[in-house]
Design a protein around this ligand. Sequence first.
Ligand code: 4GS
Length: 237
Amino acid sequence: MKIDILTLFPDMFAPLEHSIVGKAKERGLLEITYHNFRENAEKARHVDDEPYGGGQGMLLRAQPIFDTYDKIGAKNPRVILLDPAGRTFDQAYAEELSQEEELIFICGHYEGYDERIKTLVTDEISIGDFVLTGGELAAMTMIDATVRLIPDVIGKEASHQDDSFSSGLLEYPQYTRPYDFRGMKVPDVLMSGHHKNIRRWRLEESLRKTYLRRPDLLENYAFTKEEAEILERIKAE
Ligand code: 4GS
């Protein structure tokens, strides 16, 4: 996958050099190029200006963004604008992006956008209902969640099939050694070696946790017969 990032602060993306995303770059599964669009700004390198019609705050000018976009010369990219007014990012969307050949992220900082920038954009995305100082952290969040889904980036041993959200349910509780930590013991079923019971317990815990914490996730969930029965029992508790 090729990722191009339009940002005034390329140094903010240092976290992507580490861990799984950093490894993916080293292994050639991912190429990230930073474009400081201030370098392409006419008008004394000004990237922002006051809004027509008046009002508080500054807006990113269209010219530096368009010229930088043209220089990239991408053939068929997804062009993502980070904006609190966008559609909310989620796991399904990360999975969709992980299939793409080329992504372009446009990160504003401090300010809003000249509306005409949006004619370049295929996806306006928010990472949640809060206001950041810039789109950089939002872009990094999306890139991290997307890159780990590219085939071969994460090995089988660290498989993401069981992750919260992949299955549509939250993850069940897990334990590792020791059996007794400060008097807190591992549930008996996990020590039993009885794989059918362990599977069933995990499914029940996933359903219970999802029902109690995130019932919204169950609204569109395709229940198996077994899951529907377990949930009815949980509801009756
Ligand atoms: C988000 C967000 C955001 C909006 C950037 C105000 C600076 C800021 N971007 N998801 N201007 N939430 N952007 O808060 O993506």
